[in-house]
Structures are given as structure tokens and as C-alpha cells.
Design a protein around this ligand. Structure first.
Ligand code: BES
Ligand code: ZN
Ligand code: MN
Length: 518
């Protein structure tokens, strides 16, 4: 009887392992966390400023008969942060990847970058053992942070390639070797891996062509992502429900497309029943042609990722819910396709929003602020959040001001802006403030409606003023304009070029910093 039981248990363990490999396969990696082991073929090591070795690395050097040290000296290797080398022929190792750490104490962000550098240097072409012992850091479970960086860096979107990178036969095993490996495995499996999945989801949604991602299909992807996740409720509002709520702005933006708009609401109630939630609202334009105010040809294709805000909201909710945070978090995603059509809204039209306020549409290409207005009214009325953050690829103006280095943050309260800058630094997704004051609100006064949707420069602040018109004055509110950061033309350590999935790490860190332990 007992044997039968253990057999059943074994089958369950095998099945769950299968499930685990399957999910990790999306990143074409299988991660292992293990103890220190000198007998492996391909290793990655970290070397400090001026080529200094930790004891763990010195042990490897001894294994090579000191030839590792000689090779680094010959290469005049200085161990500068992020400097990569790949050495062959230093037996008994088949290859050694060397990544410099510089001299600073390694933060979480730097550890993730280091993991990303290892992924870049390995060309992803064989299994390696990463020596995660002896790093100059106060961060606990640093091996898990390296693994997260590696996973984020090796993201690939090869769905439409006939030759795929991650077939069953070439899934790579990456082993992170350290003394505290058990705790690192727990942190990675129960927490960081969910952030990776959240970021990958956001990247998938932003990369997937507009042909296949439209409001309803996005909704299906969200449902699939959250299938079986505890304490999560998904509500999807269609056109008739929007009509009942008088969401004239969201309906207006969506009315030119054959794909109807959706308002997707995902709520995760992991905190006390009566605790006010944190709310995240995302712009989800599945393709932005500009509408009747049609965009010029150049770069139009990239407007398939104009749902970056919504995608980041979904990814953050996923990560938070999967790790079981004690927090109440609600995400609203305002999904629509902005198309020119005979029944599309026109420049000059006036829309009545759910709040009752009217907006004169000066350009149908300023659609993000319109869909957000209804999403924000809804989430405040329904949930009365203690912190409200909206995230959107809202203005080219933000992109011109910050490039791909900083997301724009706009708040009514300087302390909140500073806190967001601090959080961005921690998260590895930086933000920098732009102003919002009376002049911006004055500028959007309309001759025929309550406000108008555009008013020239400064574009990012004007956009924030339109959005801010729909946020209660005394609410803690953060406006994120991510038009510059959502797409990378050059890889960073943890983000390949293409759609960055920007915002999951930032918002996730906000949630960690603002959750109340109740
Ligand atoms: N989705 C765009 C903003 C954008 C631009 C995102 C470039 C990513 C890269 C947005 O809907 C838009 O078209 N904004 C207009 C607003 C203008 C009409 C006031 C813009 O910035 O030009
Ligand atoms: Zn847009
Ligand atoms: Mn637009």
C-alpha cells in the first residue's frame, strides 16, 4: 500500500516537473539552483575591478592551473562592470564566460544586469554553470536575481519564424551554483519567475501584430494568463455595458474599428477585505492608426504596441497574484483599436465621458487620454483606490524628452514624484518627472465643450492635464507616459531590442513598496 502511495507521489512529482519545464520552455531555458561544483564544462564567472577574484573564482583558476588568470592578464581585462569575455580552451573547462562586476556593492538591479550579460555572452547556445558564489553584495539570494536577469535577457519572440529557437532538443539548462541555493530556488520559483512571466506576457502583447491582437483577443490572452490563479477576478465590459455607463470616450475611440472595444478589469484581493486597493489603469490601443487624423507612413507599424500600458498592468497583476502578496490590487485595461472609417469619430466631435464631462476631440490621434478618462472614472467610482497609477504610451512628446532612458512621471505632489524616482531606480526602470500645473489645465479649456483633447506644447504635460481632469483632486495619483521606453532599438542588459515590456518591473516594485502588511 505504501509503495503504491509513493508511486502515485512520484508520478505527481514527475508531472509537476514536466509542468515546470513546460513553463520555463517559453524562455528556452531551464534553470537549476545547485551547490558549488567544480566539475562542469561551461562556466560563467564574475571578476571584480582590476581582475580581482573571489574565493569561488580563485578555485576555478586553480583548476585551470592558473591559466585563467594569465589569459585575463594577456587580455588586459580590467573587470569593469558589464565587460564580457568568452574564453575557450582553458581545460578542464570547455568555455569560460567572464563578466566584470566593477568595485561597487551589487544592488538587485546590478545583479539582474549581470545575469543578463551572461545570457548575452553565452549566445544562448549551450548549457552553462554560473558561479553565483562570492559576489560583492548584501542582497540575499543573489543567484535568484542573476537568474531573473538571464531570463529577461534571453526573451525571444519567434512565433512567426519557421525555424524556432526553443525546440525540445535545445532547451538550455542554466545552473546557478551557490551555497545558499535552496533559498534562491524558492525566491526564483515563488516570486521572480512570475515577474519574468509578467514581463514576457507584456512583450508578447506588444510584439504580436495588430492583426491578431485586438480588444477581444487581448481579453482572451488575459483570461488564459490568469487561468487558475487564486484570488483573481476578471470582468470584461463590452459595448452595451459601456453604453449603460455612458463611457462615450472609450466607445468613441473604438467605434471606427470592426473590433469592438473592451474594458478589462482584473482584481486581485490578497489583502484585508475592507482595505482600499491600489489601482492600475492601462492604455490598451491594440493598433493606433491615428484615426481620421491619420498618422504618417513612417514607423506606423510600431503602433501595434500602443497597448503597452494595458499589457504592463496585466503582467504586474499576474506577478503580484502569483506570489500571493498581501495586497488588494485592481487593474483596468481600456482596450480599443483606433481606426479611420466612415463611422469613426472626427476631429471637432464632442464626446461625453462617464464622468459627465465633455471633451472636444481636436485630433483623433490623441486617443489614449480619451480611453483613459472613462477607465479612470470607472475605477475610482468602483474601487476608491488609495493609490491610482495610469500607464500609457501617450505622447511622442514624452519620447522626445526622455528617449528610451526614462519613463515620464507626472504627479500633483512632488514627494510622490520623488518616491517614484526612487522606486524606478530599485526596479531597473527609471522615471523622471515633468510638470503639471494650472497653465496646463488652462490650456485645455475648450470654446464649445468642458475641455479639449490637445493644446500643442508641452505635449506630455498637456496630455497629463487631460487625464488629470478625470482624477479626483485629493487622490494619490501617478501618471506614467511610456511612449519613449516601450520600444528599444538597442538591447540593454535585461531587455532585448524590440518591445520592452516596460512597466511590469516598475509597477511591481511600486506594489511591493506600497503594500500594507495587513
Ligand atoms: N500612441 C501615440 C503616442 C506614441 C508616439 C507612442 C510614438 C509611441 C511612440 C499617441 O496616441 C499619439 O498619437 N499622440 C499624439 C498626440 C497629439 C495628437 C497631441 C502625439 O504624440 O503626436
Ligand atoms: Zn496612441
Ligand atoms: Mn494616437
Amino acid at each position: 500500500m505504501r509503495r503504491l502511495f509513493s508511486k502515485i507521489a512520484l508520478i505527481f512529482i514527475l508531472l509537476s516537473m514536466l509542468a515546470h519545464t513546460a513553463s520555463a520552455k517559453a524562455n528556452k531555458n531551464r534553470f537549476e539552483f545547485a551547490g558549488v561544483n567544480l566539475d562542469v564544462d561551461h562556466i560563467a564567472i564574475f571578476v571584480g575591478k582590476n581582475g580581482t577574484f573571489s574565493t569561488a573564482v580563485a578555485d576555478r583558476n586553480t583548476k585551470t592551473g592558473g591559466r585563467l588568470e594569465t589569459a585575463l592578464e594577456s587580455a588586459d581585462y580590467k573587470g569593469k562592470f558589464g565587460n564580457k569575455l568568452r574564453l575557450f580552451g582553458l581545460s578542464p573547462y570547455k568555455s569560460i564566460i567572464v563578466v566584470g562586476t566593477g568595485s561597487d556593492d551589487l544592488s538587485v538591479r546590478k545583479l539582474r544586469d549581470l545575469g543578463g550579460y551572461v545570457a548575452q555572452a553565452s549566445n544562448n547556445d549551450y548549457g552553462i554553470s554560473v558561479i553565483a558564489e562570492g559576489l560583492n553584495t548584501a542582497v540575499e539570494q543573489s543567484a535568484a536575481q542573476l537568474a531573473m536577469g538571464y531570463a529577461l535577457s534571453s526573451y525571444k519572440f519567434d512565433k512567426y519564424k519557421t525555424k524556432k529557437a526553443g525546440t525540445a532538443s535545445n532547451v538550455r539548462t542554466v545552473s546557478f551554483l551557490s551555497n545558499g541555493f535552496a533559498a534562491s530556488k524558492v525566491l526564483y520559483d515563488n516570486d521572480l519567475s512570475h515577474m519574468v512571466t509578467g514581463v514576457s506576457f507584456a512583450r508578447d502583447m506588444g510584439t504580436e501584430p495588430g492583426k491578431s491582437i485586438y480588444p477581444e483577443s487581448f481579453t482572451q490572452h488575459v483570461r488564459k494568463l490568469f487561468k487558475g490563479v487564486a484570488n483573481v477576478k476578471i470582468e470584461v465590459m463590452g459595448v452595451s455595458q459601456m453604453q449603460r455607463h455612458n463611457m462615450g470616450a472609450l466607445l468613441g475611440v473604438g467605434q471606427g474599428s470592426i473590433h469592438d472595444p473592451r474594458l478589462v478589469i482584473v482584481s486581485y484581493m490578497g489583502g484585508a477585505k475592507d482595505a482600499a486597493p491600489i489601482a492600475l489603469a492601462g492604455k490598451g490601443i491594440t493598433f493606433d492608426t491615428g484615426g481620421i487624423s491619420i498618422k504618417p507612413n513612417s514607423g506606423q507599424w510600431q503602433m501595434k504596441s500602443d497597448l503597452s500600458g494595458a499589457a504592463a498592468v496585466a503582467g504586474t497583476l499576474y506577478a503580484t497574484a502569483m506570489r500571493g502578496d498581501k495586497v488588494n490590487l485592481v487593474g483596468v485595461m481600456a482596450m480599443a483599436e483606433n481606426m479611420p472609417a466612415r463611422d469613426a469619430i472626427r476631429p471637432g466631435d464632442v464626446l461625453t465621458t462617464m464622468s459627465g464631462k465633455t471633451i472636444e476631440v481636436m485630433s483623433t490621434d490623441a486617443e489614449g487620454r480619451l480611453v483613459l478618462s472613462d477607465a479612470l472614472t470607472y475605477v475610482q467610482k468602483q474601487y476608491d483606490p488609495r493609490l491610482l497609477i495610469n500607464i500609457a504610451t501617450l505622447t511622442g512628446s514624452a519620447a522626445r524628452a526622455m528617449g528610451a532612458d526614462y519613463g515620464v512621471v507626472i504627479t500633483r505632489d512632488w514627494d510622490v514624484a520623488e518616491d517614484m524616482m526612487r522606486i524606478g531606480k530599485l526596479a531597473g526602470e527609471d522615471v523622471w518627472p515633468l510638470p503639471l500645473n494650472k497653465t496646463h489645465f488652462k490650456a485645455i479649456r475648450s470654446d464649445i465643450a468642458d475641455i479639449k483633447s490637445t493644446a500643442g506644447n508641452p505635449g506630455a504635460s498637456i496630455g497629463a492635464a487631460v487625464v488629470g481632469t478625470f482624477v479626483d483632486k485629493d487622490r494619490v495619483w501617478v501618471h506614467l507616459d511610456i511612449a519613449g521606453v516601450d520600444w528599444l532599438t538597442k538591447a540593454t542588459p535585461t531587455t532585448p531590442k524590440g518591445h520592452a515590456g516596460w512597466g511590469v518591473r516598475f509597477l511591481d516594485t511600486v506594489v511591493r513598496e506600497y503594500r500594507q502588511q495587513d
